[in-house]
Design a protein around this ligand. Structure first.
Ligand SMILES: Nc1ncnc2c1ncn2[C@@H]1O[C@H](COP(=O)(O)OP(=O)(O)OP(=O)(O)O)[C@@H](O)[C@H]1O
Ligand SMILES: [Mg+2]
Length: 221
């Protein structure tokens, strides 16, 4: 089973948006997908409730208040986490994951918060001695803005304590398609390709990474 964790202590950076889109992407490919919602706001569970019955099924787990029992035949476990996460809850989620995706918004405040959070995460990974793989993605980007350039520069240069570069996978556009998809329990991959072409293109490297050994802990590769 692949487990993919969406993480960033900063609120509103796109954790739920990325989690639901990844869940639907693999469900569309016929995979058995479970979406574990660790956020008491229950955004993923609300998204699943809105999801039309004729769409590829994704199982939801209201993980913030129930013990998580992942069904045995699960192929993809997508984990959505709450904002302001830290301490033991953070350590527990990190231990569950093969791969961690960190979305960051283009703003000075979000960049500073990401810097702080990635530092904390690296310290935690050392303590936990976990090989979980990290990658970043820019989200809600308006092209050709200064804020987008600053975020691009920052994400390009993030390194692990070992000096190895943290993969920077994507720059997701600010797009109404994500907002509409969120309302309807859908993903951008379920809208007409012509309408979402530019958005879909942004995801190519995300799925290439997730589908490669590079996103898996060394022990499993
Ligand atoms: N690329 C995008 N383009 C347009 N809107 C977006 C995009 N990504 C996210 N949004 C919108 O931004 C808002 C915040 O996104 P989301 O809920 O995914 O963030 P979050 O990190 O899960 O927030 P929280 O920390 O509160 O759980 C939502 O209304 C979402 O629809
Ligand atoms: Mg959320």
């Amino acid at each position: 089973m692949r487990s993919i964790l969406l993480l960033n202590a900063k609120g509103g950076c796109g954790k739920t948006t990325v989690a639901t889109n990844i869940a639907a992407y693999y469900a569309l490919k016929g995979k058995k997908v479970v979406l574990a919602d660790f956020d008491p706001q229950g955004s993923c569970m609300a998204w699943l409730e809105a999801r039309p019955a004729d769409r590829p099924r994704i199982r939801g787990l209201a993980a913030w208040h129930n013990t998580v029992r992942v069904p045995k035949n699960t192929e993809y476990l997508i984990i959505d986490s709450p904002a302001a996460i830290g301490g033991r809850p953070l350590a527990k989620l990190v231990q569950r994951a093969d791969s961690i995706l960190i979305p960051v918004l283009p703003s000075p405040i979000d960049i500073r918060a990401a810097e702080h959070f990635i530092g904390k995460l690296n310290a935690l990974r050392r303590v936990l001695n976990t090989e979980v793989k990290l990658a970043t993605m820019a989200n809600r980007v308006r092209e050709n803005t200064l804020a987008a350039e600053d975020l691009d520069d920052y994400l390009e240069m993030i390194k692990l304590p070992s000096g190895k570069k943290v993969p920077y996978l994507a720059m997701l556009r600010a797009s109404q398609n994500y907002i509409r998809a969120a309302e309807e329990g859908l993903s951008i991959f379920e809208f007409a390709p012509a309408r979402t072409l530019l958005d879909r293109e942004c995801w190519t490297r995300v799925f290439r990474w997730l589908d490669s050994q590079r996103s898996l802990p060394a022990l499993q590769s």
